[in-house]
Write a protein that binds this ligand. Structure first.
Ligand code: FE2
Length: 313
């Protein structure tokens, strides 16, 4: 039976994750507490800072015309190109004045319930470490470049900042229904790999997974291979996704206000009751209800994708 606490979660308190909820198990390092926060940001070496600067310069060659205006504006507002890895305290001061968000250091990927709790309280957990020269082009675990360069500029947009907080709050309900997979797909196809149509035919990226790498920024916006489909939350939450390669499908929003409306005003109780535990649609599928902007050739994935030598066209 539902209790009052279920109906009105206290977002200020770290939620408990029931043992039967499907989620990735992560071993907590001994030096962090239940909040998974690092006591302090890493003291970076000169080479670490140089890696940031080189990654930054490379992205700035690719992103104009491909990244959405909110992102480019955010980079400027936070002056992320001032040189070296940004100091989280300073970033928090500046971001706090704009939208009330803070940036907090975490050692690695953190468990879903802790992640939801931080987002619900307008704290963005950012990986503390930075990739090395050896992993300059591709890393599996999100580092400080992905997290700060990719995600934080978007948090200067007030509507997007509200969406991120609501996403965190939505975690409580998803845990109750054991549907973290579905909510994870929504994150994947919006926060990580989302596109926005800024003007008719002018599609740009706002997802951090796209914005923090040079290949996907071109592929997502311009290539013939991937599908570009207008976002429909119900459909997206039933769609499988690729973790270690370019996406076969990207979902496009009209505006951040539209993204906010589609998710916050959605009756997730009803949706979760009708969702199966697994995904219904393959990541390359185009289905009847889709409003398709571009039907992809899927050439890149048909030729074998990452590691096959296939060109991301
Ligand atoms: Fe990310």
């Amino acid at each position: 039976m539902a209790t009052i606490a279920d109906l009105q979660p206290d977002f200020a308190t770290l939620p408990e994750m029931a043992a039967d909820v499907f989620t990735a198990p992560l071993a907590r390092p001994a030096h962090v507490g239940e909040d998974w926060l690092e006591p302090a940001q890493t003291a970076y070496t000169a080479d670490d800072h140089a890696v940031w600067d080189d990654l930054f310069a490379r992205q700035l060659e690719v992103l104009p015309g491909r990244a959405c205006s909110a992102f480019m504006g955010g980079l400027e507002k936070l002056d992320l190109g001032r040189g070296g890895i940004p100091e989280f305290g300073k970033l928090t001061e500046e971001l706090g004045a704009l939208t009330g968000w803070s940036v907090v250091p975490v050692p690695m990927l953190i468990p879903d319930h802790v992640f939801f709790w931080h987002l619900a309280n307008r704290r963005f957990p950012a990986g503390n470490f930075i990739r090395t020269r050896a992993t300059f082009d591709y890393i599996e675990e999100p580092d400080v470049f992905h997290d700060v360069f990719g995600h934080v500029p978007m948090l200067t947009d007030p509507t997007y900042a509200d969406y991120m907080q609501e996403y965190g709050r939505a975690g409580w309900k998803a845990m109750r229904y054991n549907r973290l997979k579905a909510l994870g797909a929504l994150y994947w196809y919006t926060v990580e790999f989302g596109l926005i149509e800024e003007a008719h035919g002018d599609v740009r990226a706002y997802g951090a997974g796209i914005l923090s790498g040079p290949t996907e920024a071109r592929f997502a916006v311009e290539a013939e291979s991937p599908n570009r489909i207008m976002l429909n939350v119900d459909r997206v939450m039933r769609t499988d996704y690729v973790i270690s390669d370019l996406q076969p499908t990207y979902f496009v929003i009209e505006s951040f206000a539209d993204l906010y409306r589609q998710t916050v005003e959605r009756d997730f109780d009803r949706l979760y009751r009708s969702l199966p535990a697994g995904f219904t649609y393959a990541n390359s599928a185009v289905i009847d209800v889709d409003n398709v902007l571009h039907r992809g050739t899927q050439e890149y994935h048909l030729r074998g994708g990452r590691g096959s030598g296939a060109v991301p066209v």
